[in-house]
Design a protein around this ligand. Structure first.
Ligand SMILES: [Zn+2]
Ligand SMILES: [Zn+2]
Length: 92
């Protein structure tokens, strides 16, 4: 389970680099559980494995990607539980 390095370039920094190309990601980057994009230490959110953006807004603005997005950490946790339960029923 090592997705810490080379998850890609930080999506928050990517946006900032449009105006300030000299900025660099504060490595390592990791994939955000909620929006599935890479972010660096500078842009870590309150929860583990989640970036600092407002995911409710991101979800609203990207109707085409909603299948892969989570609005809140709680929603992700619920989905995780469900997947675990599905796995169990698959084994039996
Ligand atoms: Zn960053
Ligand atoms: Zn995110």
């Amino acid at each position: 389970m090592n997705q810490t390095y080379s998850a890609g370039s930080c999506h928050v920094h990517d946006r900032m680099r449009l105006r300030k190309p000299h900025l660099k990601d504060n490595l390592p980057t990791q994939l955000c559980l909620l929006c599935n994009r890479a972010f660096c230490i500078d842009h870590e959110g309150k929860e583990d494995g989640v970036c600092e953006i407002n995911h409710e807004t991101y979800y609203r603005n990207h109707p085409d990607k909603q299948e892969y997005l989570f609005r809140t950490y709680g929603e992700w946790e619920k989905e995780c539980e469900k997947m675990k339960a599905d796995d169990m029923s698959g084994i039996q």
